[in-house]
Design a protein around this ligand. Structure first.
Ligand code: FAD
Length: 490
């Protein structure tokens, strides 16, 4: 290999993440809006009915739900940077249901509750598109299903348990197996083998979705403060006090309820530590190549695609004919900190580029133009956790584990209902108040996660090359499962 990573072109090797950490999605969406000024930072003292920390999908859907349920409510959103600066403006654009998680959901919650959860998330897949249409927002919503494909004989059938579960629960069409020929009809790659199709899958332009949500919130009277970090939450005489910092100075807001919608940042938040592990996910994007996508890959149906790795590759075609390609095998963060490695990690970015080159050798002449990364919030059972902290006035939704676009829409409805003490059936879904197995304390967590990450990558890279993992590598990568986490390969 003479020191050069396999498959990468000279152009790939020259590619760098943007220095300001802003993803191309958000950059494009801001340019389309005419580079608006950020919303004013917060300082001084004030009060509100509900204060929301975090201006990503979770925070904005919650704010929108609250404002629509009761227009008289004073709702305030605090965002440390710009709305969508976090993963909501950086993600892979997959809006997918949970039918591919059905076997796990059944095991954890039983048939009835598993179905209730999967139906609600499928409802969100549809509702996001319907909302954008009502709102007149162009978010590039395209509902064409999600393909899970195998790229090595060792991953054949990774979908089998959930396909069986869907069939047994009378929803065979929700997640059904495809032959290798069916997969090739949808997208040609010399690596793709068989697969499975989930009908409830769509794609969006992540930047446009966040900005559309932000506009919708502002138009309903939600107060948004960007460039404002919430440093502390305190309970005080029947209310919550939020201490903030911004360029305008420090501030204090008294609110009846507070919502923590801070994704991977929750790993460092008192009361939520140990519930999620921050991990980086990295993406690259090609130049626009609509003709090549059609002629060389025959990928014209708009399906999003994931492979069978735990350090998953995820890809879709954008409305301007680019391939957006992600790789989940980034790195863990230490002690709940979201440091520079989440936005400036060339090695992790190049893993995504290598994945793209590996799956599509027929596109060797295509340029990659963008590279970026961000944190995901891995929870012990790979599912989001919603709940209420001691005292009953602070609600949270975290732990999407890199699959938050559709579930954050559901979370917004649930959090709004919790904040209003509304007797809504969705607040009784088992993901509300669920206690996933906690992660061990630092430095054990970081050391263990780094070792397991190296082992997992080694195992899955080997499997992709057709190599059966050595027994010790298989045993090591199964350790999270043996310890009771729903994480990692079997
Ligand atoms: C590279 C990448 C690809 C992904 N691809 C997909 C995909 O294709 N499909 C999918 O379903 N999911 C995907 N995800 C995950 C998905 O993006 C998230 O689950 C989802 O965006 C979570 O939304 P959120 O609002 O909870 O969090 P975020 O979007 O992270 O928003 C949280 C916000 O809180 C702010 N914040 C944190 N602490 C504070 C504080 N103290 N004060 C004020 N503000 C604060 C942050 O700045 C951030 O903007 C991906 C994630 C990444 C990183």
């Amino acid at each position: 290999m003479n020191g050069r990573p396999a498959f990468l072109t000279d152009g790939d090797l020259g590619l760098r993440p943007a220095a300001d950490g802003v993803s191309p999605w958000l950059r494009e969406a801001l340019a389309e809006e005419g580079e608006p000024m950020p919303a004013p930072p917060f300082s001084g003292s004030s009060s509100a009915d509900v204060a929301i920390v975090g201006g990503g999908y979770t925070g904005l859907w919650t704010a929108l739900n609250l404002a629509e349920r009761d227009p008289s409510l004073r709702v305030v959103v605090f965002e440390a940077h710009t709305c969508g600066w976090g993963p909501s403006g950086r993600n892979g654009g997959f809006v997918n249901g949970w039918w591919d998680e059905l076997a796990t959901l059944r095991q954890l919650f039983g048939d009835t509750a598993a179905l209730a959860c999967a139906r609600e998330v499928a409802g969100s897949v549809h509702a996001i598109g319907a909302w954008a249409e009502r709102e007149g927002a162009d978010i590039d919503y395209r509902r064409a299903g999600m393909l899970t494909v195998s790229t090595t004989p060792l991953h054949d059938g990774v979908w089998a348990a959930s396909v069986t579960a869907a069939r047994e629960l009378g929803l065979a069409e929700a997640f059904r197996e495809l032959s290798a020929a069916d997969v090739a009809d949808r997208c040609r790659s010399p690596r793709f083998r068989g697969g499975a199709l989930m009908a409830d899958g769509a794609t969006v332009h992540p930047g446009r979705l966040t900005r559309a949500l932000r506009r919708a919130c502002l138009s309903r009277g939600v107060a948004v403060h960007e460039g404002t970090s919430v440093r502390r939450l305190m309970r005080h005489e029947g209310s919550v006090r939020l201490r903030t910092d911004s360029a305008a100075g420090s501030g204090e807001l008294r609110a009846g309820r507070a919502i923590l919608a801070i994704n991977a940042w929750a790993a460092g938040w008192p009361g939520l530590r140990g519930r999620v592990l921050p991990w980086s996910s990295w993406m690259v994007r090609t130049e626009p190549i609509p003709e090549l996508v059609r002629d060389r890959l025959g990928w014209t149906g708009g399906e999003s695609i994931v492979d069978g790795r735990f350090s998953v590759h995820y890809l879709h075609v954008t409305s301007d004919g680019r391939i957006a390609f992600g790789a989940g095998g980034g790195r863990p963060g230490y002690d709940g900190r979201i440091g520079r490695s989440f936005s400036d990690d060339l090695a992790a970015g190049r893993r995504a580029a290598t994945g793209f080159r590996h799956l599509f050798p027929d596109l060797a002449d295509v340029r990659l133009t963008d590279m970026w990364g961000g944190p995901i919030d891995v929870s012990g059972n790979h599912l989001p956790q919603l709940g209420t902290l001691a005292g009953g006035r602070v609600h949270f939704a975290i732990g999407y584990s890199g699959n938050g676009v559709a579930p954050s829409h559901l979370a917004g409805r649930i959090l709004a209902a919790l904040a209003l003490d509304a007797d809504d059936p969705i607040t009784r879904l088992p993901i509300v108040g669920m206690r996933a197995k906690r992660f061990p304390p630092e430095p054990l967590l970081y050391i263990g996660a780094r070792i397991l990450r190296e082992a997992m990558i080694r195992r899955e890279d080997g499997e992709e090359a057709g190599l059966r993992p050595a027994w010790w590598l298989r045993e090591l990568t199964r350790l999270p499962r043996r310890l009771g986490y729903h994480l990692g390969p079997w």
